[in-house]
Ligand binder design. Structure first.
Ligand SMILES: *Cc1c(COP(=O)(O)O)cnc(C)c1O
Length: 388
């Protein structure tokens, strides 16, 4: 079996990042500290917002802490897409609340607000939309629903660093926003996440959730010191970001504009190269408002496996984001509405390689491999194109 030589993801870790790590080690304070605070203010500056930012250990912990911060607990329900990573499901399940699945919009692959509306019950507390692949769906309608039914919104922006909505960066407006900086995201802190809160929110409460319910210690740690005389006020976790991770994240954040520009350029090149293929549908965006985390195409269900094989023999790896959560054993009992679009999209979607810094010849190899694929037999065209 030939090993794929073009991976789906490839983080860009330059000498700047390596230097950031050694510098951070030299300080000698490895745990949460001044770099963590620095990462938080750098992220605020990047987003152009005064909203409080709290850095976390992972994107999953950001979603979990945000859900708790929103007061969600046993008996409550949180509506999210099943077309999703299971991290969102677990983050909600950890609070004792029930994840509830709503279908997505065939065009944007984001939550379909009319499907969300059908799933709202007296137990619903939060809507958790995912900006899949960095593409923001009908977010205004989600916020309208939340306002009408007095719900919180926790945006899963783990795909959407660098995306905008109505000209404003995702994370700079709205209710609560969560980011991820795991190894494959647009920028990485090796592992990391962040919660962005509304202005004036009780950020100390989120600090306590992040670190073992401990009160007042955060200020000391942000000076690379430790408070010995602290109180513990409530349940808390151990979900903070260390100085080392933060230093890596800061070095990457400085290059975000460059990474997003590279990804937009390559995503547009893919869109253009594939526009004439009648057996494949490309994302319906020009990426101007998108920080493209992944690049996905849709192929009619019966052809996807053949295309994956075709690409693999040419040394090109692919991925599938996502097979639906509602089909996983753990999630089968959770309430859900109709899943027609989710099921169709999950059978059609395919992720092609897209990196923060992908050499042109690699991109051209991917394009060449895709356009030389000859679908075996006529089958129904993929949904997105059929409706365009
Ligand atoms: C990456 C990701 C997460 C969680 O991020 P981690 O940092 O890996 O914990 C959650 N949801 C989605 C959809 C993601 O892609």
């Amino acid at each position: 079996m030939q090993q794929p030589s073009v991976p789906v993801f490839q983080p860009h870790l330059g000498v700047d990042t390596v230097k950031a790590v050694t510098d951070a080690f030299d300080v000698g304070w490895i745990g949460m500290g001044a770099e963590t605070r620095g990462f938080e203010s750098d992220l605020q500056a990047t987003l152009g917002t005064d909203r409080p930012v709290v850095a976390t250990m992972t994107g999953t912990s950001a979603l979990h802490l945000a859900t708790r911060f929103a007061g969600v607990g046993p008996g409550d329900e949180v509506i999210m897409p099943s077309f999703n990573f299971v991290a969102d499901v677990q983050a909600v399940a950890w609070t004792g609340a029930t994840p509830v699945f709503a279908d997505i919009d065939d065009r944007t692959l984001a939550l379909d607000p009319s499907r969300v509306a059908e799933m709202i019950t007296p137990r619903t507390r939060v809507i958790m939309p995912l900006h899949f692949a960095g593409i923001v769906g009908d977010l205004d309608a989600v916020y309208d629903l939340a306002r009408t039914h007095r719900l919180r919104v926790i945006e899963d922006a783990t795909h959407a660093l660098g995306s905008t909505h109505g000209g404003r960066p995702i994370g700079s407006f709205g209710d609560i926003t969560c980011f991820s900086f795991d190894p494959v995201k647009i920028i990485t802190s090796l592992d990391g996440g962040a919660v962005v809160l509304p202005a004036g929110a009780d950020v100390a409460a989120l600090h306590r959730l992040r670190l073992l319910g401990i009160d007042k210690d955060t200020t000391e740690r942000y000076r690379n010191r430790r408070a010995w005389d602290y109180d513990v006020l409530d349940t808390g976790f151990r979900d903070h970001m260390t100085n080392i991770n933060a230093a890596i994240g800061r070095s990457q954040l400085r290059r975000l504009d460059e990474f997003v520009a590279n990804r937009r350029r390559d995503a547009r090149a893919y869109n253009e190269a594939f526009a004439g293929l009648d057996w494949l549908a490309v994302p319906r965006t020009d990426f101007a408002a998108v920080g493209p985390f992944i690049y996905t195409v849709r192929v009619a269900a019966g052809r996807r496996a053949a295309l994956i094989d075709h690409l693999r023999t040419r040394g090109i790896a692919t991925g599938i984001h996502f097979l639906p959560c509602h089909a996983k054993t753990f999630c089968r009992s959770f309430p859900r509405g109709p899943m027609d679009v989710t099921d169709r999209v999950s059978a059609e979607i395919l992720t092609l390689p897209l990196w923060s810094s992908m050499p042109r010849d690699v991109r051209d190899r991917v394009i060449e491999a895709v356009v030389t694929f000859e679908p075996a037999r006529p089958v129904a065209t993929p949904g997105a194109r059929a409706r365009s």
